[in-house]
Design a protein around this ligand. Structure first.
Ligand SMILES: [Zn+2]
Length: 443
């Protein structure tokens, strides 16, 4: 019943696909040569525990005991709510990947293992995405994305179609987008495999509107050359403690209006606002003046349709507030407390935006395990997937970082099936074939 949902993976990060076993296999010849000192210092600082990666690798490689390495590497529920813990564990693979690149000049052994595993799991279609933290020149950019895209192209076959999405930095989107186009002009054989652009990593402080120039250029390029069109997938509403619930909901809508075809996570649209604000002391209470002003402009612009969903928009009050805030520096903070009425209004805003996404045809990529372990969703009952299921929005289930979470796409799908009120047949019918949301149709 659920086969189709388990055959197409539309949201995975290449690095996050690596398992503890992959690390042990690849690093077997050189793990003792790596300078682990900075890694261990950061691990101690983050977890208050001593890391001994050489002992972990010894156990895995010499004694076939993977548990110590898994204990150091796999991100579990105990790490939830703290991105620094995710990063401290992810660093293990960064150290191994760097050493591998120094020795071989590429990441082929890692990539081969990822493709082989997904093939053995029965995946038929995968869009991999990857981001380089060091590609600050065109030469480094093409070396990184060129290698990953080429590996995807070579590994793709009729049994498992593989496509590549380049993750670009939000704060340097336009320039890196132009690098991507230049790469595809210089290496035109990669056009077949590179289907889109992703924005991931920190979203705080980088509103969708800061990417206006990028989206304008992309739409112009796509219109003038539809054969080489690139689509956008966009992580949004995943981590939003720096702003109000209303602004977090609005960001999801704004990313869709800018033209993102799929949104990564959009937890802000599916987690109950009362539970979101209860996650931390004063969570979502304050935000920069600039955000509040953006929210006022949004509410005024969408007043008619917001009211249709029961959201009250008092235009004259908003205009007064705007006049007052325009005299205050935009980086200063404004605070507004929550009460039951405001929380209920936020729920109506979520419904409004879910309805707008449905009309726009925007698809949400929802990743239950990731939401629990790094998305600050407190309990399984709070996962946004429940609200998405109850709405008409198009969404897909994905694994995000299956290696470091030690899960599979099939696990994620089964989890949703077990925790939804729908039968397997109903769930399969509700979600349909995720392949139809591939960034480019597969022939
Ligand atoms: Zn992701």
């Amino acid at each position: 019943m659920l086969e189709k949902l388990k055959e197409s993976e539309l949201h995975v990060h290449m690095g996050g696909c690596l398992t503890a076993q992959d690390l042990a296999d690849v690093a077997a010849d050189f793990y003792r040569d790596i300078d682990w000192q900075p890694y261990c210092e950061n691990y101690l600082k983050t977890f208050g525990q001593v890391a001994d990666p050489i002992a972990w690798f010894d156990a895995a490689i010499l004694h076939h005991d993977l548990e110590p390495l898994k204990k150091g590497f796999v991100v579990t529920q105990k790490d939830a709510g703290d991105f620094a813990r995710f990063q401290a564990r992810f660093n293990l693979l960064i150290y191994v990947a760097r050493a591998l690149r120094d020795r071989m000049g590429n990441q082929k052994p890692f990539l081969d293992r990822i493709f082989a595993r997904h093939r053995s799991q029965g995946l038929r279609y995968v869009e991999y995405r990857a981001m380089s933290g060091v590609a600050d020149t065109y030469e480094k950019f093409i070396a990184f994305h060129g290698e990953y895209a080429m590996a995807c192209l070579q590994a793709s076959d009729p049994q498992m179609t593989i496509r590549y999405i380049a993750s670009l930095p939000r704060d340097n989107a336009l320039q890196t987008y132009q690098w991507l186009r230049r790469m595809l002009d210089e290496l035109p054989h990669l056009r077949e495999v590179v289907v889109g652009i992703d924005f991931c990593f920190w979203e705080e402080g980088l509103p969708p509107g800061s990417l206006n120039a990028f989206f304008e250029k992309l739409h112009l390029d796509n219109a003038s050359n539809p054969d080489q069109a690139l689509e956008v997938v966009y992580h949004v509403g995943e981590s939003f403690f720096d702003k109000s619930i209303e602004s977090a909901i609005r960001w999801c809508h704004e990313a869709a209006m800018l033209g993102a075809k799929r949104l990564g996570h959009a937890i802000a649209l599916g987690m109950d606002p009362a539970h979101a604000v209860a996650r931390r002391v004063d969570a979502h209470v304050s935000e920069p003046v600039s955000e509040r002003l953006d929210q006022i402009a949004y509410d005024l612009e969408h007043a008619v349709s917001l009211r249709e969903f029961g959201v009250s928009v008092d235009a004259s009050q908003l205009l007064d507030e705007r006049d007052l805030l325009q005299t205050v520096p935009s980086t200063e903070k404004v605070s507004r407390k929550y009460d039951d009425t405001r929380l209920e209004q936020a729920r109506l805003r979520q419904q409004y935006v879910l309805d707008q996404l449905t009309k726009l045809g925007t698809v949400i990529e929802t990743c239950p395990t990731s939401n629990l372990r790094i998305g600050d969703v407190p309990t399984a009952a709070d996962l946004p997937v429940h609200r998405f299921l109850a709405s008409n929005v198009n969404f897909v289930i994905a694994a995000d970082d299956p290696g470091i979470f030690d899960v599979t796409l099939a696990d994620e799908v089964d989890w949703v099936a077990q925790h939804s009120h729908l039968s397997e047949a109903q769930l399969a019918g509700r979600l349909g074939d995720p392949m139809r949301f591939a960034l480019r149709p597969v022939e």
